[in-house]
Design a protein. Structure first.
Length: 315
């Protein structure tokens, strides 16, 4: 189907979208996609491609592997799309949490190899921070942002430890994160407030909370040596849901990303306000398409991650 670059945004998935087999069929049929996976294998010094295509799932789901895998798959899909539509440049790009690094590559603000090294360090830093300051996360369904923020503030005060809104994914689907005791108190308060679901996730880190400060500092040191450039396409960043149009603005966003809320609902609303009507999700699965449709029912969403979906988009 034809898409108009003036009203199209490319969006990139984050952790949780990975699956064994991701990118295999595309790499078998598209030489540019295959080259991206081969470059990742070389840069990382391991067969990331084999891990993506054959697993095992528990190894792929280790955050140190998941983040480079998702980046590589998204960039492979992007490359295959650009080979077919070389002059297509979307109006905006954005990525959910780790997916922001894929968006930076798409925007020309960060080279693929630099991005690979950064997300590998990001994964290692998050893992180390989780061991240093264990925490947790929980999914909250059926409540508004304001109610969740208020409950987190109350739980933080009562427990003497932090819990905060970590992901504003779409209306009615939120994630909180922080210290275990504060998280438990927040779940009690949110259940009492009428949450349809308030349940812990199977993770032992407090991503997108102050517990990630050691990881943020480690990532910031890596960012200092990264070759960030002014983007050719504006990026909508996670931290403020604002357009990032310079290398300095991007750096400022990334230097707070691990400890700040992922403002995905606001990011999509900002892109819609800027005239975007079509969102193309490049990479594993279609999680973002589902979130976007819940944010704005009028938005057109397309998920591209395999030869078949690529062919439909470029026909």
């Amino acid at each position: 189907m034809p898409i108009d670059p003036r009203t199209t945004a490319f969006v990139f998935p984050g952790q949780g979208s990975q699956f064994v087999g991701m990118g295999k069929a595309l790499a078998q049929t598209d030489p540019l996609a295959a080259e991206v996976f081969a470059r990742a294998d070389f840069v990382l010094g391991l067969s990331l491609s084999t891990l993506c295509w054959e697993g095992p799932a528990e190894t792929l789901n280790d955050t140190v592997n998941t983040q480079p895998a998702l980046l590589t798959h998204s960039v492979a899909v992007l490359g295959a799309l650009q080979r077919r539509l070389p002059d297509f440049r979307p109006a905006l790009v954005a990525g959910h949490s780790m997916g922001e690094f894929s968006a930076l590559v798409a925007a020309g603000a960060l080279g693929f190899e630099d991005a690979l090294r950064l997300v590998l360090e990001r994964g290692r830093a998050m893992q180390a921070a989780g061991r240093q300051q264990p925490g947790g996360m929980a999914a909250i369904l059926g409540l508004e942002v304001e109610a969740v923020v208020a409950a987190c503030a109350q739980a933080t005060a009562e427990a003497g430890a932090v819990v905060q809104l970590a992901n504003d994914n779409c209306p009615g689907q939120l994630v909180i994160s922080g210290d275990g005791a504060a998280l438990d108190r927040a779940l009690e308060l949110l259940t009492a407030a009428g949450a349809k679901k308030a349940v812990r996730l199977a993770v032992s880190i407090g991503a997108h909370s102050p517990l990630m400060q050691p990881a943020q500092e480690r990532l910031n040191r890596a960012l200092a040596g990264a070759g960030l450039a002014d983007p050719r396409i504006p990026i909508v960043g996670n931290v403020d849901a604002a357009r990032l149009e310079t290398a300095d603005a991007i750096r400022h966003d990334l230097e707070a990303q691990l400890t700040s809320r992922v403002r995905w609902t606001e990011s999509i609303q900002a892109m819609r306000a800027a005239g975007v009507t079509t969102f193309v999700e490049l990479g594993a699965g279609n999680v973002l398409c589902g979130l976007i449709r819940r944010i704005d029912r009028a938005a057109v969403t397309l998920a591209v991650d395999a030869p078949e979906s690529l062919a439909l988009l470029t026909a």
